[in-house]
Write a new protein. Structure first.
Length: 319
């Protein structure tokens, strides 16, 4: 892949581009990226960098967030067909109808949703800060959580709040079954089980620790354990192994694959940079309302600060 990598690097410099990749993308894509992270972290890194072009490797709702927070940048997706089934499980029309049935409710919207849905919500949340967001809502207010029933239930329990959850879910996380975890524990009896909150309650109850992807990375990095069973999309294992070479990581299930996250390849990144194709456009009015929803979340739970050295390194890439 040396020749391909060289071509991408040359075009990245010519276009003054930054490549952002989600934790769930293919290893070859993660290795090409200027930064790899979760959806919100990528969005705010994309917002901070002064690049002419941002190539976003992930799924559409994430690229929309980058565009919302950095409207002057040209945001491209190497494969615009990379959607999110969970995000598609709530439409603006559905949400408007639900708000009519629950007048006065506070709509908490997981970032795994379209810009149009975010624009209709009251506040956003991530898997890392959902509990904190719920805890700040006045106890007398009804809460409608969209679209993930699993994260909603997990955060509601942690925050001690009653929440009406949408019926959406992540198909990849729901394919991780309790029997898969039990079998993995049988094979690796000394391993620590770490699960994402998008997993079902049955799987979460079997875990030693439940956290967002960024939380899983931090937990495995700081824990004294030497072996871990990971219950989330398989792409995270590449980063876990790269960052923790002395530790072992095993998938909780043989079915932890998101086909949309795997749509982006090194070849598609090259074509995207060559043709400046796959541009993401968000209606300005929708973007303005969605940005307000995101900013309400950030006022409560801002993302972790980025080391100055890393910020400088990213900026040097497009200097």
């Amino acid at each position: 892949m040396g020749g391909l990598t060289h071509k991408i690097e040359e075009l990245r410099k010519q276009r003054r581009a930054v490549i952002l990749a989600h934790n769930y993308t293919l290893p070859e894509v993660q290795e090409l990226a200027d930064f790899v992270g979760d959806s919100l972290d990528l969005a705010f890194r994309g917002a901070a960098v002064r690049a002419d072009v941002i190539v976003f490797c992930g799924v559409r709702f994430m690229a929309e967030m980058v565009k919302i927070l950095n409207p002057s940048a040209k945001v491209l997706m190497p494969d615009t067909r990379a959607g999110c089934p969970m995000a598609d499980m709530v439409t603006p029309e559905d949400l408007l109808a639900a708000k009519a049935k629950h007048p006065g409710c506070v709509v908490v919207c997981y970032v795994n949703s379209s810009a149009a849905v975010k624009a209709l919500a009251d506040i956003c949340c991530t898997s890392a800060n959902a509990t904190k967001v719920l805890a700040t809502i006045p106890p007398e207010r009804e809460i409608l959580f969209v679209p993930d029933r699993n994260l909603g239930a997990f955060a509601a329990e942690k925050a001690g709040r009653r929440v009406t959850c949408w019926k959406g879910f992540c198909p990849t996380h729901e394919r991780i079954l309790p029997e898969h975890v039990a079998e993995a524990r049988k094979v690796h009896p000394d391993a620590v089980v770490v699960a994402h909150p998008e997993c079902t309650a049955a799987v979460r109850s079997m875990a030693d620790h439940v956290a967002s992807t960024s939380g899983m990375l931090a937990y495995c990095r700081n824990s004294q354990g030497q072996a871990y069973i990971i219950a989330t999309e398989e792409g995270l294992l590449h980063r876990l192994r790269r960052e923790n070479p002395t530790k072992e990581f095993f998938p909780a299930s043989p079915h932890m694959l998101c086909p949309n996250m795997k749509r982006t390849t090194a070849e598609k990144i090259l074509w995207c940079l060559e043709e400046l194709s796959g541009e993401i456009v968000v209606d300005p009015e929708v973007a303005a309302r969605a940005r307000q929803t995101l900013e309400r979340m950030l006022a409560i739970a801002p993302p972790a600060s980025r080391p100055k050295a890393e910020q400088a390194t990213m900026q040097e890439r497009v200097a």
